[in-house]
Design a protein around this ligand. Structure first.
Ligand code: MV4
Length: 444
């Protein structure tokens, strides 16, 4: 087992990883930017190293600074958290070259899943259901027209380097193809320096349901059931829950098997997520595979009673997974509490938290790095806390969430708490009647 892990991240996830390390008897090293000198992850780690100024590009994304911090402190592994360098093949490679275990995917796996057209080709070969579309990248505009005639409109153009909606365009009819082709290419080139596009049949009003998986260095793989992440705004998840209200035992078995196929197809080592779109007929299609721990891993932990960060560390250290799949025995919901103003288009609201009181009681979990007097810096993402409830039924988990949101006091900055209160009372949400289009129509 590792003796000392450096956490190459900040905020709640850095704290989350430090906590598990402590429980495992592993020493921890925090890294921080000058803007995060007063952060809890710095205080709770055994050691801390400043790696640069506030801007992420000069601190949390600076590979040489992070490697230097690991070498100075003699860390034998690095946990990247989510975001930042967690799915950076170069960073995974540099860690390998410095004999520091990267607690995450190999450079090959990150590259293979990062290029979406390549990932899709891998999954088709492995027998994972995929959305009908172009065979790999589109050659030119003419190829786009021909492919669209074959699979029929509406279609969607996607940037192969994309994910998260960038470089993505829906094309409803052939008259709209050329302008969408041009703008998708342009956006992809600007964002990723890669303007490769592929095409799929557009699935209308799907659900986003993802399967948590784990694979070890010995060829074993398992799944840990699903999370429904359909409640999103501009590709930012707002609420996640498990089980999905749309799930059936039969569908879970089929999606779980498909996710394991995906895991084995890339000899996946670590914990990861296979994302699917599920249509109204409960047909499901591979969308992307994430080779990192995700923000919403918490709800899976709650319903299967299992520490996913501990599993990540054990897998990285070469331990075997049990190989059994996990079924949810509870219902869990997570509301992402962002320092954003829901009354003003979810505009970021950084600043000092003047008053702070957390809800408590049975079935409540809060993962956060904030406290009364803490100043939320403007340089990073606006998520300040994850409020998670767990109960025996969906209804109880929602009621508990309403109660907890009412108790939650955050003053000095605007937060998304009032939005969540409204959502938890929404009739369609309560009926489990929602798709990825839900937020387009939700009146806050
Ligand atoms: C789609 C789709 C419909 N049909 N692909 C959005 C981000 C990227 N990961 C893929 N996305 C989508 N791909 C086909 N063929 C609809 C979306 C989509 C979406 C997916 C998941 C969650 C929220 C979404 C919001 C808008 C569009």
């Amino acid at each position: 087992m590792f003796k000392k892990i450096l956490i190459a991240n900040r905020g709640e996830i850095a704290l989350r990883v430090i906590r598990t390390c402590k429980e495992m008897g592993i020493k921890t090293v925090a890294v921080y930017s000058t803007a995060d000198a007063d952060s809890l992850h710095v205080r709770f780690a055994d050691e801390a190293v400043c790696i640069g100024p506030a801007q992420s590009a000069q601190s949390y994304l600076q590979i040489p600074n992070i490697i230097a911090a690991a070498e100075i402190t003699n860390a034998d592994a690095i946990h990247p958290g989510y975001g930042f360098l967690s799915e950076n093949a170069k960073f995974s490679k540099v860690c390998e070259e410095h004999d520091i275990k990267f607690i995450g995917a190999t450079p090959e796996q990150i590259d293979g899943m990062g290029d979406k057209a390549t990932a899709k080709a891998t999954m088709i070969k492995a027998g994972v259901p995929c959305i009908p579309g172009s065979k790999g990248l589109l050659k030119d505009l003419d190829d786009a027209y021909k492919t669209a005639e074959k699979i029929k409109y509406p279609v969607i153009l996607k940037a192969t380097a994309g994910g998260g909606g960038k470089g993505m365009r829906i094309v409803w009819k052939k008259e709209e193809m050329e302008k969408n082709w041009d703008s998708a290419k342009q956006e992809a080139k600007a964002a990723f320096s890669n303007d490769g596009l592929y095409m799929e049949k557009f699935i209308e009003e799907p659900r986003h349901i993802e399967i948590q998986i784990a694979g070890d260095q010995h060829g074993n793989a398992c799944h840990m059931s699903e999370r429904d992440c359909s409640i999103q705004r501009r590709h930012q998840k707002l609420v996640e829950e498990t089980p999905s209200p749309f799930m059936t035992a039969k569908l879970r078995k089929k999606m779980g098997e498909a996710a394991i196929k995906a895991t084995k197809a890339v000899d996946y080592e670590g914990v990861g997520t296979v994302e699917f779109l599920v249509d109204k007929n409960r047909d499901f299609y591979f969308m992307e595979m994430n080779t990192r721990i995700q923000v919403e891993h918490t709800i899976t932990e709650e319903v299967i009673n299992f520490d996913l960060i501990k599993e990540q560390i054990k897998i990285a250290a070469g331990e075997k997974i049990s190989g059994n799949n996990y079924e949810p025995i509870m219902h869990s919901i997570q509301c992402r509490i962002n320092a954003e103003d829901p009354d003003n288009g979810f505009r970021p609201s950084p600043g000092k938290i003047t008053e702070y009181h957390e809800p408590g009681g049975h079935g409540i979990r809060i993962d956060t790095h904030v406290y009364a007097g803490y100043t939320i810096p403007p340089h990073y993402d606006s998520m300040v806390a994850k409020l998670i409830t767990v109960a025996q039924t969906r209804e109880e988990a929602i009621l508990k969430m309403r109660r907890a949101l009412d108790e939650y006091i955050v003053e000095g900055v605007k937060t998304t708490i009032p939005f969540h209160i409204k959502l938890m009372k929404d009739e369609n949400f309560n009926k489990g009647n929602f798709t990825t289009k839900f937020m387009d129509d939700f009146e806050y």
